[in-house]
Design a binder for this molecule. Structure first.
Ligand SMILES: Nc1ncnc2c1ncn2[C@@H]1O[C@H](COP(=O)(O)OP(=O)(O)OP(=O)(O)O)[C@@H](O)[C@H]1O
Ligand SMILES: [Mg+2]
Length: 281
């Protein structure tokens, strides 16, 4: 036990209240745990507070109330360097100068791991090579970021996060802009890093079916609080989709993966009526 917290919890939010400047609170009284070694995914509609929560969990946004604990230590009392040795985040809209090469970007992930008195060593080079390879970027290592496709750039950011050798990786919509094959590649990479290297992962996804298939647990966020948390089967329900997403639909089961699968039928927003789909003729 560290500070009274179980060692099985790597990241914990307690009674978080979050907001921007003088605006109203966006998140209130939020409790959330990430277990060591799990993949947990936040799902929720646009504007429900997912990115805000992730930023606070990564020490980017200071909470108005409550606290975040990383390995039992209050994260806002830790230095940037100390946090970066344990946690990496891929933000929703990362920005980097377009004239950096992929390798330059990934090299920056080593910053928190390098002693100030020496440049990169053999281990750093191994890790950078591994990070590039894991993200399928070895052949693109010398390309400038500005010349990459959206999907390639996204993988460069993932490689940067991996180069930090974090214990926990936070990702905000890591598959946005990716075609379906690259989406599946990213999800497979995350699952491999989780299963083989024990990397703990907390992410935001909009694709509910991918979230259910690739996560140990889902956390549904509704207007800045946790609506439901648990195994995908218990969170991905028709009732949750109605109340949180305002969508009517049916839950089935994927015959290949056995994961719950949601088929959306129509939006309940603005009293819209179900309309015929193209497939209905
Ligand atoms: N920098 C900011 N300044 C002021 N308000 C903000 C800022 N960022 C987010 N908000 C507000 O906080 C609320 C939650 O936003 P957040 O980005 O956390 O939502 P989200 O669940 O990640 O949505 P999305 O699915 O669209 O990414 C929204 O009402 C948003 O307008
Ligand atoms: Mg967001």
């Amino acid at each position: 036990m560290v500070n009274g917290q179980s060692e099985t919890i790597i990241l914990r939010a307690e009674k978080l209240e979050l907001g921007y400047r003088r605006g109203e609170a966006v998140v209130r009284d939020l409790h959330l745990d990430v277990q060591r070694g799990e993949i947990v995914t936040l799902v929720g509609p646009n504007g429900s507070g997912k990115s805000t929560i992730l930023r606070a969990m990564a020490r980017i946004l200071r909470p108005r109330g409550g606290a975040v604990y990383l390995n039992g230590a209050a994260i806002h009392r830790l230095s940037t360097r100390k946090v970066a040795q344990e946690l990496a985040i891929l933000p929703q809209h990362p920005i980097a100068p377009g004239d950096l090469t992929v390798r330059d970007l990934v090299q920056r992930g080593r910053f928190a791991r390098q002693a100030w008195w020496r440049a990169s060593n053999l281990h750093d080079r191994d890790v950078i090579g591994w990070a590039l390879d894991s993200a399928g970027l070895t052949d693109l290592a010398d390309r400038r970021l500005g010349t990459l496709s959206g999907g390639e750039r996204q993988r460069a950011w993932i490689a940067l996060a991996l180069a930090q050798e974090p214990e926990i990786l936070l990702l905000d919509e890591p598959t946005t802009f990716l075609d379906i094959s690259h989406q599946l590649e990213v999800m497979a990479l995350l699952r491999k890093l989780n299963a083989e290297d024990g990397l703990s992962i907390a992410m935001v996804l909009h694709d509910l079916n991918q979230a259910a298939r690739f996560s140990h647990r889902l956390i549904a966020i509704h207007e800045g609080s946790v609506y439901a948390a648990g195994a995908p089967d218990t969170v991905l329900t028709e009732g949750m989709l109605r109340e949180v997403f305002q969508v009517e639909g049916v839950i089935g089961r994927d015959p290949h993966t056995d994961a719950p699968v949601f088929t959306p039928l129509y939006s309940l927003r603005g009293g819209s009526e179900p309309r015929g789909d193209a497939a209905d003729g």
